[in-house]
Structure formats: structure tokens, C-alpha cells
Design a protein around this ligand. Structure first.
Ligand code: RNT
Ligand code: ZN
Length: 421
């Protein structure tokens, strides 16, 4: 195993290499230690939640049957605490409405209240983490026709409007109790499997529902609302009511936050390129960092070129305070604690890489019109001694360095997860 002295020595050399290009790596380490990553609760139990008879639906699907998934709120919390102990930097926890603790009571989604999340509030306080929130517009009998906020049946549409308002209030309760603004992300699955004739009416109904939802007064100090678009879903291949154009228009017109999920666009489109445009027109962004393979498959995030490009745009924008960074994937075929850790460490690596970029230098070269030098430098930057800075970051944060985290997950699997049937 690498010793502390070796890490420190390698870091000292790396620091010099970055300094030669005008980058202060000590400052970068201070800055990145303050960045919060919103971790999605639903990787812990395959988007199950704790309602009786829960399950995904709504055009999303976790596949795999790796043993040991969390079955109760306490198990989910314990698993996530394990994951947090293996990820450098700060985390938040993103909860869905179906993770309410109802103690067997029959409370429908439109009747949810902050008190049903009291256990989560206490836990978040104890762990000093912020919480983000998500209304759950799927896995429910009133979502079985694949229409919720855009349903033509007024009673069903209103049910979901009430659910969304309840969730905004729960979000605000989290924000207030924890002293950290909650971002409530609204994603609906609504759409058609096959080609529709009337594309407009469901969108008009969605617009009306959103207007009703946001007419409810909820403190923006404690809760911010973000709207997530999507290209298609399983069984909803032909038409999605909440498309990118729909929400982009709505968010610009109504100054709401817009959510960009990396799996929700045509495979050759990149989310990275959208950030600089959208920051001109919407107040803030929420990123659902995911990894689609061939489709919106929600694979565990890895340090890919796409991820690096997204992190570069986040950092280069100079508007990190307006960009909320969340993870969104669910792989049930591997250890779920490891899935959290791998995705979060990869995202954190991408952010660190981007923050270590000699951006000023690259900008000067570009401004001077020397595109040969730009390409040459971008290639050289790729092999700067990043790994030494990453190891130093983990060391400073008292998090296992290198692959050492994995044996901790394996121990946890043997001691805790294996006992779950
Ligand atoms: C679905 C969306 C959405 C969900 C979560 C569970 O395609 O990405 O964000 O993954 O709400
Ligand atoms: Zn998403």
C-alpha cells in the first residue's frame, strides 16, 4: 500500500508541475473540498422506496439482482453512511417521495407532509448534510396510464398537482430544518408508446399543472424547483410530453431551474455544450449526471470523456454556485454501495481535473487565435500529474486512497449486506 510519505512527496512534485502553468493546486484542493455532490438515494434500493408494493415503472427500470439491497430506511441510511466514508468532499442526499417513513399508515402521495420525513431530517442533521427532494410521479395506480400532470382526467391531474405542491412544502421543510436550500426536482414520465396525433393538448395540460404547482407560495430561501426533460422512456418511445424544448421554454419564461440529465438526449448530443447557453437564460441548473449506454440505461458514472467535458464546462462557466450537481443512475447488478462510491469518486475526479486545468493560459492562447497551440496544449494538459493531486485530496479528507476503499465495501458486504435476504 502507498504510504502517506509517498503521497506527500508525489503531491509536492505535482504541485510544482501545475504551478508552472499558473495553477495553484493547494487552492484547488481547498475549493473542491467545499463542492457538494447530491447523491441519489435510489441507487441504494433499485428505485424501490418504502411504500408497500413499490417499484420503478414510469419508463425507467433497474436491472440486476445483486444481493443485499436496502429494505428499510435504516438500512438505506447505514449503507449511505458507509458510502460517504469512502468519498472525499461533501455530499447531499437526494430523496424521492416514495422514501417517506409511514410506519404502515395508508397515506397517499397527495397527503404527504414534512412529518413523514422527520426521520430523514434527524439523520441529515446528525450527518450535517443537505437534502434534495423529488416528487414521485411513477409506480402508482394513478400513473399506470403513463399520464400524470398532463392527464386528461381532471381528477387524476389534480391529484398529481397536489402531490407536487406537497413535495415543494416537504422540500422547504428540509431546507429550513437543515439550513441548506433544498432543490426539488420534478420529473414526470408522461408520454405515448406509439405515435400520437395530438401532441399539443398534453403539453398545454402540463403547462397548466405547472402553473398551478408554482402558484403555491413556498419559500425560495428553503426550496428551489427544477424541471427535468427527457427524450423517451421504456414503453414511451414515441412521445414525451415534457421534452427538452417544452421545459426549456417553460423554465426561461417562468425563471425556474432546469435539470439536464445526461441520459435524456440523443446519444450524440452532449450535455456539456448546453450549459453555457442555458446559464444565459435560466437562473440555475441541476445536473443529473448519469451514463447511458445506447439508450438512457443509467449505468454507474465513470470518468469518461463526456463526464470530463461536463465538469470542464461547470468549472469554466465561473458559475458553479448556480449549478447543482447530482448523480442519477441505478445498477442492481453490482454492489450498490460500491456503485455509489464509484460514481461519486469519478464525478469528483472529473471536477478536480477541471479545476486543475490551466484555463487562463488556454483562454489566452485561444484569444490570440493560435488554434494549433490550443490543440497542442489541450493534449499536454491531459497527462499532467493529476493522480498525485487526487491522492492528496483523499488523504486530506481522511478517505481511503486509491483502491483501498474497495476492501472496505467488501468487508461491509460480508458483515452487513450478506445477512439481508
Ligand atoms: C428518469 C429521470 C429521473 C429518475 C429519478 C428516479 O428518467 O432521470 O430523474 O431517474 O427521478
Ligand atoms: Zn434524471
Amino acid at each position: 500500500m502507498v504510504s502517506e510519505a509517498q503521497i506527500t512527496k508525489a503531491y509536492a512534485l505535482a504541485k510544482e508541475a501545475y504551478a508552472r502553468l499558473g495553477v495553484d493546486s493547494d487552492k484547488v484542493l481547498r475549493d473542491i473540498s467545499k463542492v457538494e455532490i447530491s447523491m441519489h438515494c435510489w441507487q441504494g434500493d433499485d428505485v424501490g422506496g418504502f411504500e408497500s408494493g413499490g417499484g420503478s415503472g414510469g419508463g425507467i427500470m433497474a436491472t440486476g439482482n445483486y444481493p443485499g439491497k436496502a429494505r428499510t430506511p435504516d438500512e438505506l441510511r447505514a449503507d449511505f453512511e458507509k458510502a460517504m466514508s469512502l468519498i472525499p468532499g461533501r455530499q447531499r442526499f437526494s430523496l424521492h417521495a416514495i422514501y417517506a417513513e409511514l410506519d404502515g399508515a395508508k397515506i397517499d402521495r397527495d397527503e404527504l407532509e414534512p412529518k413523514h420525513f422527520a426521520g430523514w431530517i434527524d439523520w441529515a442533521k446528525k450527518n450535517r448534510i443537505g437534502v434534495d427532494f423529488n416528487p414521485t410521479f411513477f409506480a402508482h395506480p394513478l400513473a399506470s396510464e403513463n399520464f400524470t400532470l398532463s392527464h386528461k382526467d381532471e381528477a387524476i391531474r389534480k391529484f398529481w398537482v397536489r402531490h407536487a405542491i406537497a413535495c415543494r412544502e416537504i422540500g422547504a421543510a428540509f431546507g429550513k430544518a437543515l439550513g441548506k436550500t433544498c432543490v426539488t426536482n420534478h420529473w414526470i414520465p408522461d408520454g405515448y408508446k406509439d405515435t400520437p396525433v395530438d401532441r399539443l393538448s398534453p403539453r398545454k395540460r402540463l403547462e397548466k399543472s405547472l402553473d398551478e404547482i408554482f402558484a403555491a407560495k413556498v419559500s425560495s430561501k428553503h426550496n428551489l424547483d427544477s424541471l427535468e426533460s427527457k427524450l423517451f422512456g421504456l414503453g414511451l418511445e414515441s412521445y414525451t410530453v415534457g421534452s427538452h424544448e417544452f421545459y426549456m421554454g417553460y423554465c426561461v419564461a417562468n425563471q425556474k431551474l432546469l435539470t439536464l440529465d445526461s441520459g435524456h438526449f440523443h446519444p450524440t448530443e452532449t450535455v456539456a455544450d448546453k450549459i453555457s447557453s442555458l446559464l444565459l437564460y435560466v437562473p440555475e441548473l441541476l445536473l443529473h449526471v448519469s451514463r447511458g449506454i445506447r439508450w438512457d440505461s443509467d449505468h454507474v458514472v465513470v470518468l469518461s470523456d463526456d463526464l470530463k467535458a461536463t465538469a470542464e464546462e461547470i468549472v469554466r462557466s465561473g458559475a458553479m454556485s448556480r449549478i447543482h450537481i447530482g448523480l442519477d443512475y441505478f445498477d442492481a447488478s453490482i454492489n450498490r454501495v460500491a456503485a455509489w462510491v464509484i460514481g461519486a469518486r469519478s464525478l469528483s475526479k472529473a471536477l478536480l481535473l477541471a479545476m486543475l486545468e490551466p484555463t487562463d493560459l488556454l483562454m489566452q492562447i485561444e484569444a490570440a487565435g493560435d488554434y494549433t497551440a490550443r490543440l497542442a496544449m489541450l493534449e499536454e494538459v491531459k497527462t499532467l500529474p493529476f493522480a498525485a493531486v487526487w491522492d492528496q485530496f483523499c488523504l486530506q479528507q481522511e478517505i481511503p486512497v486509491g483502491a483501498a476503499w474497495f476492501s472496505e465495501v467488501k468487508n461491509y458486504e460480508r458483515k452487513v449486506l450478506a445477512a439481508r435476504k
